[in-house]
Ligand binder design. Structure first.
Ligand code: NAD
Length: 383
């Protein structure tokens, strides 16, 4: 069995596996090939890879010869390449055309954003490991852009009030943004549509703003569900009240497989103080504000709105380390002791993440969405 680590596109600084994770694979008898320069932006050199048992190859050699290709993004793979296995984060629900191509090409494609949110899948959950980093970095980035202190400061020269931080969405990223903002001394208020989030928010010393009439999300596997129009109206009024007082807003609200809900309107932004900062972590699925553009900063009424859909990539070493550990754990399910890919489709982790195999769609999440005509209109850039 040969596993190949591909170099990511220019906008991405992470890599699928760093040298220590390569060493773990090499120890178990798996051959690891690395595309030359693949780890450089995550500060891992070709020499570190070879010192840990890998062989450096050109991209063509690697794509032709490796059995399983690891690449966070599916990028620049020629349509003439057939019958390969890929593991990455390919957002298949947003890329139906790509799924059609994989069927045509006979690829076995595993997309880790489709993992079930179960205890058994936790060690492979790249969405969580990366969202945790993004939430941390969102708070740090906001603090560095905000033209005031975050903590309360009482000095001989005068006092400064603590910053008021509003976090929309208390999933993995949101909760880490709350925890980091609190550590930096901010006063934090939080909205979420899952009632279960309240307790976690309170335990971090933040205020949870309740909105009446939340739809039951208890059967959505940990994910949020769409809310009624009445709820959305009520929530909008409450967010408008909170945002007026907020200096920093960190938005993380997403609904699995759909466009992110727009929670912050231009009118709301107009009520914020000049110099305030909005970090939108939902930017890659459309954004939580009316003006967000992924990977761009928009200035609106002297408020900066940062479209930060891939913030984990700004912490490339730890993000790659944790991503790599997730991938190693996933590979244990895919490759048997003899070093052969052995797919057990009765396993819910395989049946969720395996997008295509043998020229057909496997993931029940995709087939369910297709049957309901539910593939979102939003087509993100090719991942
Ligand atoms: P996510 O990235 O899908 O969404 C972020 C947050 O936004 C969620 O908390 C969601 O409820 C919230 N949201 C959606 N629409 C909203 C709206 N209109 N207004 C306000 N908030 C809104 O979330 P996530 O980080 O993937 O986590 C979702 C849940 O899954 C959490 O409870 C998390 O602990 C759980 N989880 C479980 C596992 C596991 O067991 N393996 C792994 C990861 C996450």
């Amino acid at each position: 069995m040969t596993i190949g680590i591909l170099k990511e596109p220019l906008f991405e600084s992470r890599v699928s596996l760093l040298a220590p994770e390569v060493a773990a694979l090499a120890k178990s008898g798996i051959l690891v090939w690395v595309e030359s320069g693949a780890g450089l932006r995550a500060f891992c050199t070709d020499k570190e890879y070879t010192d840990n048992g890998a062989v450096i190859k050109s991209r063509t050699e690697l794509i032709d010869g490796a059995d399983i290709l690891l690449s966070i993004h599916y990028n620049e793979i020629s349509l003439s390449i057939k019958n390969k296995a890929f593991i990455g984060v390919y957002a298949p629900l947003y890329n139906p055309v790509q799924v059609e191509n994989w069927i045509e090409q006979g690829h076995s494609v595993f997309s880790l954003d489709m993992l079930p949110r179960t205890t058994r899948a936790q060690s492979m959950d790249v969405l969580s490991s990366q969202a945790n980093i993004a939430g941390y970095k969102a708070a740090v980035l906001a603090a560095s852009l905000y033209p005031h202190y975050l903590p309360m400061m009482m000095t001989a020269a005068g006092s400064c009030a603590p910053a008021k931080i509003l976090v929309l969405g208390a999933g993995v990223a949101g909760l880490q943004a709350v925890a980091t903002s609190r550590r930096l001394g901010g006063v934090v208020e939080v909205f979420d549509t899952r009632a279960a989030a309240k307790e976690e928010v309170l335990s971090l010393g933040a205020k949870f703003v309740e909105v009446e009439g939340i739809a039951d999300a208890s059967k959505a596997g940990g994910y949020a569900v769409d809310q009624s129009e009445e709820f959305k109206e009520r929530q909008k009024l409450k967010i408008a009240e909170s945002i007026k007082k907020a200096d920093i807003v960190i938005t993380t609200a997403q609904i699995f497989g759909k466009k992110a809900p727009v929670l912050v309107t231009t009118d709301m932004i107009a009520t914020m103080r000049a110099g305030s900062v909005i970090i939108d972590l939902a930017a890659s699925t459309g954004g939580n504000t009316e003006v967000t553009k992924d990977n761009e900063t928009i200035i609106c009424n002297n408020v900066s709105i940062i479209g930060a859909g891939n913030l984990a990539a700004s912490v490339p070493s730890d993000a790659s380390k944790l991503y790599g550990k997730n991938v190693l754990n996933f590979l244990k399910l895919l490759v048997n002791k003899e070093g052969v890919m052995d797919l057990n489709f009765a396993d819910d982790i395989i049946s969720s993440t395996c997008i295509t195999n043998g020229g057909k769609v496997i993931s029940h999440i995709i087939t369910k969405n297709q049957n309901h005509g539910n593939i979102p209109e939003l087509h993100s850039e090719q991942h």
